[in-house]
Design a protein around this ligand. Structure first.
Ligand SMILES: [Zn+2]
Length: 423
């Protein structure tokens, strides 16, 4: 069997743990002896801990291995359209401190940065053991460069090198990703994506974004831009989108699109219970109010939401034919508020358009997580950075290589002959 580098193996524990040595060997496709050697070193270096046993109805009990929560404290920051969430967590995402601030995006780049720095300084003073910062931002993100490529909501935000700015100021490693990936990470670890190898996570809020998990890993594409589902064309000659294209999905199925559509119709004089629900003030329109009206059979609300679902179904049929996922997870205000109506027309269109074999056995579910979870999701990308550094340090201490370690050296000697005893 192949060998692997310790980081890849420990990342499995970080992402999918706690796991037994047998699980690890199977998932990584490497020799159990090599797993035991790395586990021995990782425990000696305080990276992982034993966390009980695999539930079993008899036979030998298998020890579960999990990440050491005390390995480092981490900070996660999510910069969204309305709020900035900042959390301090232990290494496995347990929240130790939390601040939520208005992002006031209309005040521009400098104000937004000032708000984040202010809160960050305060939290770092209280938690000196923080070892890395994970930032997630709305918009289109170049993850490798740690830059925001495109987010028209904040003037001056385009091209902003967040990684560089925060690393220089705080001399800590900083990882930048987009909010959708941060939310998808939470779903994979704690939600409907747990134990799924191939699933699509779709966030439908102000905009629409997605995260694609292939064989247990987030697929990011060449520049980390994979998953921009909101900018997939669903109407060839449709409305002009902020990205420059016409007829993007985001213009038909996002929360902003649904509100805009209802507003336009009300302004044209269409009769709806929403006029009373917002007291005649169309600025008070929200997806929640539209969903509530639809549930009480308001014709306009029903029509607009079902149309949003139809376009989503059209886009998702292509996604399903391309990727053949096990599950689609919908997250965000739109599916959470308007679940029944949206899913009804979405599934109808999906079933009619996708290959029957592709959707067989696949399900579409709605996430329990709100946007506030993104800051916690951002913590894990920062955690991986810390883990990678600690693995390199660990490897530096090994001589000449982990290959030289014999099974007898495993502190957990009783599990040494693990291949025959555990499987
Ligand atoms: Zn677009």
């Amino acid at each position: 069997m192949r060998k692997t580098d310790p980081f890849k193996l420990l990342k499995l524990i970080y992402t999918c743990g706690p796991l037994s040595r047998t699980d690890l060997a199977q998932r990584a496709g490497i020799a159990p002896s090599y797993v035991s050697a790395i586990v021995f070193q990782a425990r000696a270096n305080g990276l992982i801990l034993e966390q009980g046993f695999v539930p079993s109805s008899g036979g030998r009990r298998r020890i579960l291995l999990g990440m050491n929560p005390g390995l480092a404290k981490l900070i996660g920051i999510d910069i969204g359209r309305w709020h900035i969430g900042i959390v301090v967590t232990d290494f496995v995402g347990k929240i130790l401190d939390y601040e939520s601030l208005p992002s006031e995006t209309s005040k521009g780049k400098d104000h937004l940065l000032h708000v984040v720095h202010d809160s960050l300084k305060r939290l770092l003073a209280q938690h000196p053991a923080v070892r890395a910062i994970g930032i997630s931002s709305s918009g289109v993100i170049d993850q490798q460069a740690g830059k925001v490529l495109f987010w028209p909501q904040v003037s001056g935000w385009e091209g902003i090198p967040l990684k560089e700015i925060f690393e220089e100021k705080y001399t800590l490693p900083v990882v930048v990703d987009d909010t959708v990936h941060a939310l998808a990470t939470m779903e994979q670890r704690f939600g409907h994506g747990k134990d799924m190898r191939n699933f699509i996570f779709i966030s439908i809020g102000v905009g629409i974004g997605s995260a694609i998990f292939v064989d247990g890993h987030l697929y990011t594409g060449r520049d980390g831009l994979a998953g921009e589902l909101g900018h997939v064309t669903v109407e060839e000659n449709g409305k002009l989108c902020s990205c420059g294209n016409r007829g993007c999905l985001e213009l038909y199925s996002s929360a902003s699109a649904i509100i805009r559509r209802v507003r336009e119709e009300l302004q044209l004089g269409v009769t709806s219970s929403l006029t009373d629900a917002v007291g005649g003030n169309l600025d008070q329109l929200s997806v929640e109010k539209i969903a509530a009206a639809a549930q009480a059979h308001d014709r306009l609300s029903e029509r607009v939401l079902s149309e949003a679902g139809r376009y989503l179904g059209v886009a998702l049929a292509s996604v399903v034919n391309l990727l053949n996922p096990e599950r689609i997870v919908l997250q965000g205000k739109v599916p959470q508020a308007a679940q029944e109506l949206l899913l009804g027309s979405l599934l109808y269109n999906l079933r009619h358009r996708a290959l029957a074999q592709s959707i067989k056995g696949m399900d579409v579910v709605v996430s329990q997580f709100g946007e506030e979870k993104a800051a916690v999701g951002a913590v894990f990308t920062a955690g991986e950075e810390v883990l990678q550094t600690r693995c390199r340090e660990m490897e530096g201490k090994l001589s000449p290589s982990t290959e030289g370690l014999s099974l007898a050296q495993d502190a957990d000697g009783k599990e040494a002959n693990l291949q025959s005893s555990e499987t």
